[in-house]
Design a binder for this molecule. Structure first.
Ligand code: SAM
Length: 215
């Protein structure tokens, strides 16, 4: 049976990769990547030579199908973290099942589990909302306000401040944590009320962000 390996890769620090992921990266006949240039840095670091092909959110189903049909042992890696979590990884698995592949997970880091694990809020259950949408934020803010669980989302550096300010009235009584550039050189964690975190993030709007709102 043909095999597809969905491989989690670091969210910043290149040492955050499992021994099994390194083995599988060396063994696959083809590595599909969200962006070959990004994954190549990881491959170079570990001196792994493997054929790579780019598959991104605009890749058609027929392109994915045709690539899957050509090889027996294929890997997929997104730019960072666990494929399928707010990135195009899920599509590859979906098509592989249709082609009767066996699909294996090679688990590892994700920005969401990393941030959740250090937030210090109740997280036995949590609501993950993916990327905050550009439009329709009020609906999401209301969902967060009504949520009986700690809620979390991804946000881009260009919009982080705007989103925090717009969310203010919905979460005035809640504790917030922001994980910025986790595992990287400028890793920072900001905690407090929404006003307190806005003050802390104000002059640090570069990088990648996870926002967590306590229940
Ligand atoms: N699949 C990935 C995962 O498992 O974490 C997430 C992919 S999504 C396209 C990328 C978003 O994840 C970024 O915009 C940011 O919100 C968040 N992210 C990724 N790396 C991060 C990091 N090192 N620190 C904080 N947030 C991060």
């Amino acid at each position: 049976m043909k095999e597809l390996y969905i491989i989690a890769t670091p969210i910043g620090n290149l040492k955050d990769i499992t021994l099994r992921a390194l083995d599988v990266l060396k063994e696959v006949d083809l590595l599909l990547c969200e962006d070959t240039r990004v994954t190549q840095k990881l491959l170079n670091h570990y001196e792994i030579k493997v054929k790579t092909v780019s598959l991104h959110q605009h890749s058609t189903d027929s392109k994915i199908k045709s690539l899957l049909e050509q090889y027996d042992k294929i890997g997929y890696a997104s730019d960072a973290g666990t494929p399928g979590i707010s990135d195009p990884g899920g599509k590859v698995a979906e098509i592989a099942y249709d082609l009767d592949f066996e699909v294996f997970t090679i688990p590892g880091p994700s920005a969401i589990t990393s941030a959740i694990s250090i937030c210090g809020f109740p997280t036995d259950k949590f609501l993950f909302l993916g990327f905050m949408p550009h439009k329709g934020k009020t609906k999401i803010f209301n969902q967060i306000k009504e949520s009986p669980y700690t809620a979390c989302f991804y946000e881009s550096p260009h919009r982080i401040m705007k989103t925090l300010v717009a969310m203010k009235d919905f979460v005035a009584d809640r504790q917030i944590m922001i994980g910025r550039e986790l595992t990287k050189k400028f890793e920072s964690v900001y905690r407090g009320t929404i006003d307190e975190v806005i003050e802390q993030v104000e002059d640090k709007q570069k990088g990648e962000f996870v926002v967590i709102v306590s229940k």
